[in-house]
Design a protein. Structure first.
Length: 151
């Protein structure tokens, strides 16, 4: 690649790359929520898994991973940590091979305790994004989830 072409390519990617901007936004928002939830010793990614399992009832790990658009290996690591902390139960499915996730009583209590911490992080994030940005994110997420076949 010639120097001028490389410079032009670098400038285009640096100024326009959606992946960079979305990842930056994701890391920023995740840090806000993780910081707020730190007193409960739970990360927002784990809280999201607990909420999905609580919402769907006994559910397969594959269904949770699809719902959160998460790699199964990442989910598996999180599930193991949450199982050890008694937030989730991992049960055998009907066939004996398939696992089923179920929220444990400690997981239910954690979700309830997390609410004021979550609300604080949500308010801080909404303030940072402003109303227009918050509404845009909700619209974009709805569009993407619909295209992926998620709720």
């Amino acid at each position: 690649m010639k120097r001028d072409t490389l410079t032009s390519t670098v400038e285009t990617i640096a100024s326009e790359c959606l992946a960079v901007r979305i990842r930056l936004l994701n890391r920023t928002v995740t840090n806000i929520f993780d910081e707020a939830l730190r007193p409960l010793e739970v990360r927002v990614s784990q809280l999201n898994v607990l909420v999905v399992v609580a919402k769907l009832g006994p559910v397969s790990p594959g269904d949770v991973a699809r719902r959160l658009n998460m790699e199964k290996s990442t989910l598996s690591r999180n599930v193991e940590r949450m199982r050890v902390r008694d937030w989730l139960r991992v049960l055998e499915g009907e066939s004996g091979r398939k696992q089923i996730l179920e929220i444990a009583p400690a997981g239910r209590r954690l979700i309830e305790k997390a609410m004021p911490f979550w609300e604080k992080a949500q308010a801080r994030t909404e303030s940072m994004l402003e109303q227009r940005g918050t509404q845009s994110i909700h619209r974009m997420a709805g569009t993407v989830w619909a295209r992926l076949g998620r709720e």
